[in-house]
Design a protein around this ligand. Structure first.
Ligand code: FCA
Length: 348
């Protein structure tokens, strides 16, 4: 038996047990189930779908909800939005969906290792299940391929980030002796790890030596988490002249950019590329360019509208979606972001 996987498997099992135990004792935990768009979707509609997200404050997830609401209006189903930042809230959310007579759940779970417990709970509540963004992980540490999933082509998108950074480095005339890479990582999440690994792979292919690549592991997947991790990294690497910055999403990269600014490194000495494209709009709108050069814009519409449509057809017509669907990204920069965001229905 490969002992390398043991700690992970044990962690997954104990997490699942804690999750279930929490559910037994806590009926009072309430999920934020807004019923969404009151008046626009009927409570009497035959189909009710829950859309649960792990970080409701992140613009990416707000946009997923916005597009899910659009689908609810177009197709005529009731949408219940749930923000669930931990396992207990997920559990309470599934309970409230069951009580509301929902038939389907689209979910980006706060911890993918909750997958087996969520799948069991959804099955008991007769909810069809579609994981979005973050793929469930089984007790064996492997992706749960039996659960329907729509996510991004993480490795390819990460590689595009790396290629873009390498091109920007060349454009500025920087060399691998005066330049280093800062990677804001969150390796416990597979889609995050695949993105940053892809970026590092592309940078290596472009000739950046491995010893010029520095990883900052985030403790929390948000701007403060990245700010802290990168600030620590920079105290150790004060001699680096120029920085290329990547991370698993916009917030990871924004935290890194703020940390660089704190260390006196601005747009003249750093270039950073995010992923999502939805959480960096204010940054790109700033009159004075920062080191945040651009982002790989993902399709919030596909992740919000299409997942909802897939679930709706599955419930109403019995047509199950494909088990695994992957979406792509497109680079936005200060030059084109307004136009691209308009085309994608994200901005007026
Ligand atoms: C993960 C990230 C989000 C977004 C999504 C597609 O859930 O945390 O920011 O990138 O994948």
């Amino acid at each position: 038996m490969n002992s390398r996987f043991l700690p992970r498997a044990c962690a997954a099992v104990s997490l699942a047990l804690a999750f279930l135990a929490a559910g037994c004792g806590k009926s009072s935990t309430t999920a934020d189930s807004s019923g969404s768009a009151p008046g626009k979707t009927s409570a009497k509609a035959a189909v009710t779908i829950g859309f649960l997200v792990k970080q409701p404050e992140e613009p990416w997830f707000q946009l997923e909800w916005k597009f899910a609401e659009q689908a609810a209006r177009d197709l005529g189903f009731r949408l219940i939005r749930i923000g669930a930042t931990d396992g207990e809230k997920v559990l309470a959310g599934i309970d409230s969906l069951a009580a509301a007579g929902a038939q389907g759940l689209i979910i980006c779970a706060p911890d993918t290792r909750l997958g087996p417990a969520i799948a069991a709970k959804a099955k008991a509540a007769n909810l069809k299940l579609l994981a979005v963004d973050d793929q469930f992980v089984g007790a064996d540490g492997q992706p749960m391929r039996s659960v329907h999933y729509l996510g991004i082509s993480a490795a390819k998108i990460g590689e595009a980030v790396g290629e873009t950074l390498a091109a920007e480095m060349r454009r500025r005339g920087w060399t691998s002796t005066d330049t280093a890479v800062c990677v804001a990582t969150f390796d416990e999440l597979a889609t995050a790890r695949e993105r940053t690994d892809g970026a590092v792979r592309a940078l290596a292919a472009a000739g950046i030596p491995a010893n010029r690549v520095f990883r900052a592991a985030l403790r929390t997947a948000d701007i403060p988490g990245s700010f802290d991790a990168v600030t620590t990294l920079l105290t150790r690497q004060g001699a680096v002249r120029n920085w290329l910055v990547c991370g698993f999403n916009d917030n990871a990269v924004l935290g890194a950019v703020r940390a660089l600014e704190g260390a006196g490194v601005g747009a003249d000495r750093a270039v950073a590329i995010g992923i999502n494209g939805t959480d960096c709009i204010v940054e790109l709108e700033k009159p004075k360019p920062t080191a945040f050069h651009g982002s790989m814009l993902l399709s919030a519409k596909t992740h919000g509208y299409q997942t909802s449509e897939m679930m709706f057809r599955w419930i109403r017509d019995g047509v199950a979606p494909p088990l695994d669907t992957r979406t792509t990204g497109v680079l936005i920069t200060r030059d084109n972001f307004r136009q691209v965001l308009r085309e994608q229905g994200i901005r007026e």
